[in-house]
Structures are given as structure tokens and as C-alpha cells.
Ligand binder design. Sequence first.
Ligand code: FPP
Length: 240
Amino acid sequence: MEIQNELQVPSHVAIIMDGNGRWARRRGMPRKMGHVEGCKVVEQTVRDAADLGISYLTVYAFSTENWKRSEDEVSALMQLFRIYIKKLLKVATEKNVKVVMIGERSRFAPDLIEGLNELEEKTKDNTRMTFVIAINYGARDEIRRGMTRMAQDVKEGKLEPDSITEQTINGYLDTAGLPDPDLLIRTSGELRLSNFLLWQLAYTELYVTDVLWPDFNKDCLVEAIRSYGKRERRFGGVLK
Ligand code: FPP
């Protein structure tokens, strides 16, 4: 509680969870062990974010590019998703968290799609925090899918090209209805966006830490929020 009072907590925190592979390699373990630890940290971070009063937490769990990893690593990740769908349902229920997926889930195995749909359905009325999981997500793919639907609506006469605003575009993205992130955290030091929320991050504050994702904890999250609190945010030149 004390921490919360002195912290200027952003409403929406997005995270690029990087460094699982390096974490494992440093311990002489297979890469998938890094993902095992990474999943535990996801679960704990959902709890911590809800406790800190964050309203929206978005994590990049699996990118459209991640399919190019070895079959062994991809199947380990799929298996972990199966396990964590169940664990996350428990956490979300306990913490009153609504879970939402962004990305294109149709490429996953039918049982996984069913689990993801169920996780969304069973938590849809929860109100304390929204936890957004980007899964088979790529920002360019999201924009392509959204613009295809928009073009279709124009073709069918449902949308006038001259009436298209930024809000209209927001409405065609997977994140329709969600506010843009205030703070983006990237772990393990890389200075890249890696095709994550390219449209939505336009005015987001960026925070990069060298901590590898499996080592990320509540202190790291609080540190990122503190750094955010010290900044003067600008929205296209306007100080807020
Ligand atoms: C990046 O580390 C991490 C990923 C590609 C996967 C992240 C996924 C999780 C932590 C699981 C998410 C789970 C749930 C339940 C939502 P990396 O493998 O790229 O690490 P490296 O850059 O050190 O090789």
C-alpha cells in the first residue's frame, strides 16, 4: 500500500518479455527451461500488477515470427500455454482480472484455441484489471488484417473513405476498445520494438532493463514505474 501511495502508477503497462533463452543458456540449460521460468514470472507479474493498481497489463507471449524457432522450442511453448491457461484462469478469478487475447489464434491447435476462448469467456465480467496476452501477434499482421476488413467495409458501402479517422483505425485493430499503453517495458536490454503494437505505442514511454525476463520481479516493475513517474509525458509536443 505504501508503495502505491507514492507511485504514479500508469494505467496501461505493456511488456516485451525477452531473455528467457539467455537465462537458460547462462545456467547450461535448454532454452525451454527459460520459458518455464518465464511463465512463472508472467503469473506473478499479473498478481503484482493488479496489486499495484495497474488497470491494463499487456504481454507479448508469442509473435508471428516465433513460429520460425525450432520445432522443439515451439512445441514446448505450446505445452506451456496449455498449462498456463489453467493457472491464469485461477489467478484471474482470484484477482478479479479480465483476460483478453490479441493476435491471430486460428493457427493454434483446436484444444488450445478452445482453452484461450474459455479463459476469455470465464473472465469477461472481471473488473479490477485487464490482462492482454499477445499470442501469434505481429503489429504488421494486425494492421494488415484490420485494413483488409476496413477495405471490405468500404467496398460494401458501410464506410466512407473520407470519414476515416484515427479512431476508426483503432476500431479495426485487435486492441479496439483498449487504451494505448502508457509505459512499455522491455527486458534483457535490446533496444527494439520487435513488431509489437506499432500503432498503439506512438506516444508510449519506453523503459528497457538489462534484467532477463525470468529474473523480473515486483521490485523491477516498481523501478520501471518510478522511472515513468519522473518523466514529463509529451503527446505530439503537448506536455501532459
Ligand atoms: C523471449 O525470450 C520470450 C519468448 C519468445 C516467449 C515469451 C513467452 C513467455 C514468457 C511465456 C508467456 C506465457 C504466458 C502464459 C502468457 P527469448 O527466447 O527470445 O530469449 P533470448 O532473446 O534470450 O533468446
